[in-house]
Write a protein that binds this ligand. Structure first.
Ligand SMILES: [Zn+2]
Ligand SMILES: [Zn+2]
Ligand SMILES: [Zn+2]
Length: 328
């Protein structure tokens, strides 16, 4: 496998002719069945109430990126390519096979969030990695890979395109106004109260003004913070509020549809800021971490097959009413 860059959109694609074996259909769960071959454990959080662990990170059994080696970026005429160096981990959210985030206790969800923060801190120490993505694909139509409650993590030698757009916009807005665009968005949303789903302590859940899909929902800290991994250490007690808001938001979304994508957007690795590009100079002030949840509505799937212009047949004002009223 190798990475190639599209010279026009500047996005990287991972490509190769390696045959990807379809994952063998496991009759038993490869993460919690005692007879399954043990996964390669990367990190563990201590168990709650006597269990061996509460949240755990393991190497992905069919990893797309591999930790060894140097990415060695090479030119090919006008093109750019590099090796698929990185990390690909499965984050086990709960030791229980049915311990999904929306069914778990706040303390269990909190352990998962702490594991995510821990992995981000650890992987950001590796100067080869420019960005660490944490995401979850749940349900048919979302590309769910495992039955066990899991999220995934990839550490890459490039910043994914969508995050790059956000970083550029954040920086430009900050240059013009000396304010964080995300803080300004949330302040206006709270003032107008048209699209706010729920406020829980220092966290807010809301449906964005221009959604990409119906019922798209974001969770964001109300105080400015660029890096998710600093959340646990900088503010005492607030991880519990975040855990509880995440759990309830997923419960609400699941009254509309079972399948969703969830992605955490946090600051890139700023260990080696580029002096010439001035990229991450104001990063701590101009970027603001958040979680994006993109529900997948089967019936409406055909409507947004055009990837260039998003089409949402439900406005965020209508979506938020329905989600607020959901019995959870
Ligand atoms: Zn399991
Ligand atoms: Zn902010
Ligand atoms: Zn984002």
């Amino acid at each position: 496998m190798e990475l190639r860059k599209d010279p026009i959109t500047r996005s990287w694609v991972i490509t190769g002719d390696d045959v990807i074996e379809p994952a063998p259909r496991h009759l038993t769960c490869q993460f919690c069945d005692p007879s399954a071959e043990p996964a390669q454990v990367v990190a563990n959080l201590p168990g709650l109430d006597g269990s061996a662990w509460s949240a755990r990170s393991v190497v992905h059994p069919h990893a797309l990126y591999h930790i060894e080696g140097e990415p060695t970026r090479r030119g090919d005429g006008l093109y750019d390519r590099m090796g698929s160096v990185g990390a690909h981990e499965v984050l086990l959210e709960n030791p229980r096979h049915d311990g999904h985030l929306w069914k778990a206790s706040d303390a269990e969800v909190e352990q998962f969030l702490r594991l995510a923060a821990l992995r981000l801190q650890d992987l950001k120490r590796d100067a080869r990695f420019k960005y660490i993505s944490i995401f979850k694909n749940h349900g048919e139509g979302a590309g769910q890979e495992f039955d066990h409650p899991t999220s995934q993590l990839t550490a890459t030698t490039f910043v994914p395109r969508r995050v790059l757009y956000e970083l550029r916009s954040g920086r430009e807005y900050f240059e013009a106004k000396e304010r964080c665009v995300f803080c300004d968005i949330l302040a206006q949303e709270e003032r107008q109260n048209l699209r706010i789903l729920e406020i829980c302590g220092d966290y807010a859940a809301f449906c964005p003004y221009a959604p990409r899909v119906p019922y798209e929902t974001w969770i964001m800290p109300r105080s400015h913070e660029a890096s998710f991994e600093r959340t646990g250490s900088s503010r005492v007690g607030s991880v519990t509020d975040l855990a509880s808001l995440l759990r309830r938001t997923l419960q609400r979304i699941r009254t509309v549809t079972e399948a969703f994508h969830l992605v955490l957007h946090t600051s890139p690795n700023s260990q080696h800021p580029s002096a010439t590009l001035g990229y991450w100079k104001t990063l701590d002030e101009d970027y603001h971490w958040h979680i994006e949840i993109l529900p997948i509505l089967e019936a409406k799937a055909r409507s947004y097959t055009f990837k260039e212009i998003y089409y949402s047949p439900v406005t965020s004002e209508t979506a938020v009413k329905r989600l607020r009223e959901a019995k959870i």
